[in-house]
Design a protein around this ligand. Structure first.
Ligand code: SDX
Length: 430
């Protein structure tokens, strides 16, 4: 950590020096770790809009430039030249792999794609119409009951095994959740298929006929996974870090991240966005929904729009929009009405002063659902696909936190505005 200068806080006539740390990229940070001990005050930052929770080398986002780097490589270049498992290696180990390292890594992931056979019985406890995110949270959390040899967070080898297991098994569990909700038999992974192709196979193959992976869909799904792999200290990643800071096992931490991702303000937005676009139905109804989004008295928000960090454009949304055009064109459904509504909504919103003044642009969730829908996934599978893609980001950030010598349990304080101390009153006198 590069500490160049200091800031001075003056409070009640006293001055306090706050070290200023200079990052490799992005804004300087004020180090307030000793503030409470020295000055007896807390800082106040609901939603952590101005708070750096940790030091990290994994992902950098510049919200004004619309830039996203993974270990220094831009998401645009990775989306064009790389593939998901190579990005997983980059996020986990910090460098692009050599051909030999990539082959070894892909082999290790491939050989861990099956789950313990006993886990099949977990699903039977759920209703068939359970949301796949509900089963995903439950079954991933239960992994800590099956893989006792990778629970010791202090053993680097066990951390490594847990990481490989989760990257390998999340698609299998997500596909099982989908099959269970569809009333179809589970499909085992096939080692001859690549990561995205295997997931399509486990979701759409049925015993009654042969299934051939469509290379257009497999490539598009692999790109979608890359675009969702990691994203700095977003809500679900911060959840994983906070859970991990107590020493909880990695499977429990990832289950916590999945639970947080489910919210419609976060990873649940891709499902909510496609459902919103379908409700709009035709371009002539767009103004009605734009008006609702601008109405302070209406809780409705344009799903897939806006972002805490991106105040120009989400680079992932740009790639996703190009991919939607390419995939639907190759599938011969470029006139898909939902895609037309999405494009027209983007055009109208980006000319509307409300969205321009509040710097609201399409985010990663705006176009992803259109592609996943064209692939045949129900909307309920959109967030599970986000979750299995983000697992590598969560586990990379978790590993970085556990290895951080300054790491301690996360424990924020509060601005208390409740009752002062008062005496108990017996119920006969209330
Ligand atoms: C993801 O953090 C990440 O990196 C997340 C993510 C990742 O990869 O991990 O990028 C994935 O979660 C993307 C976001 C998906 N969520 C949605 O698409 C849901 C719709 N968008 C929002 O709810 C909202 O934009 C957030 C949650 C994404 C961001 O919220 P902020 O940063 O807390 O902003 P805000 O709620 O304070 O809004 C600022 C203003 C408000 O108006 P004022 O109170 O200032 O008058 O903009 C308005 C909001 O009302 N606003 C919207 C809007 N989003 C914000 N108005 C209409 N439609 C919207 N979508």
């Amino acid at each position: 950590m590069d500490t160049k200068t200091k800031a001075t806080l003056t409070l009640d006539g006293k001055s306090y020096d706050l070290p200023v740390h200079a990052p490799t990229l992005g804004p300087n940070v004020l180090d307030i770790r000793k503030l409470y001990a020295d000055a007896g005050v807390f800082t106040y930052d609901p939603g952590f809009t101005s708070t750096a929770s940790c030091e990290s080398t994994i992902t950098f986002i510049d919200g004004d430039k619309g830039e996203l780097l993974h270990r220094g490589y831009s998401i645009d270049e990775l989306a064009e030249h790389s593939h998901f498992l190579e990005v997983c290696y980059l996020l986990l180990y910090g460098e692009l792999p050599t051909a030999a390292q990539l082959s070894d890594f892909e082999g290790r992931v491939t050989r861990h794609t099956m789950v313990h056979e006993q886990m099949h019985y977990f699903f039977r406890g759920f209703r068939r119409d359970s949301h796949p995110m509900a089963t995903l949270v439950g079954v991933v959390g239960a992994m800590s009951a099956f893989y006792h040899d990778s629970l010791d967070i202090n053993d680097p080898w066990q951390r490594e095994v847990a990481a490989i297991r989760m990257i390998a098994k999340l698609p299998t569990i997500a596909a099982m959740a989908f099959k269970y909700s569809a009333g179809q038999p589970f499909v085992y992974p096939k080692n001859s298929l690549d990561y995205a192709g295997n997931f399509l196979h486990m979701c759409f193959a049925i015993p009654a006929e042969d299934y051939v992976v469509n290379p257009i869909l497999s490539k598009a799904l692999d790109r979608i996974m890359m675009l969702h792999a990691d994203h700095e200290q977003n809500a679900s990643t911060s959840t994983v870090r906070l859970a991990g800071s107590s020493g909880a096992n990695p499977f429990a931490c990832i289950a916590a991240g999945i639970a947080c991702l489910w919210g419609p303000a976060h990873g649940g937005a891709n499902q909510a966005c496609l459902e919103m676009l379908r409700e709009i139905g035709t371009v002539d109804r767009i103004p009605e929904f734009i008006a609702r989004a601008k109405n302070k008295d209406d809780p409705f928000r344009l799903m897939g729009f806006g972002h805490r960090v991106y105040k120009n454009f989400d680079p992932r949304a740009k790639v996703m929009k190009e991919s939607a055009d390419e995939v639907l064109g190759l599938l011969g459904i470029e006139n898909n009405p939902t895609l037309q509504v999405a494009k027209e909504m983007e055009r109208i919103a980006l000319e509307d002063d409300y969205f321009v003044s509040k710097k609201l642009y399409p985010n990663v969730d705006f176009y992803s659902g259109i592609i996943l829908d064209a692939m045949g996934f129900p909307t309920s599978m959109f967030t599970p696909i986000f979750a299995l893609s983000r697992t590598v980001g969560w586990i990379s950030q978790w590993k970085e936190m556990i290895a951080d010598k300054d790491q301690k349990i996360g424990r924020p304080r509060q601005l208390y505005v409740g009752e002062k101390h008062r005496k108990y009153v017996d119920v006969r006198h209330r």
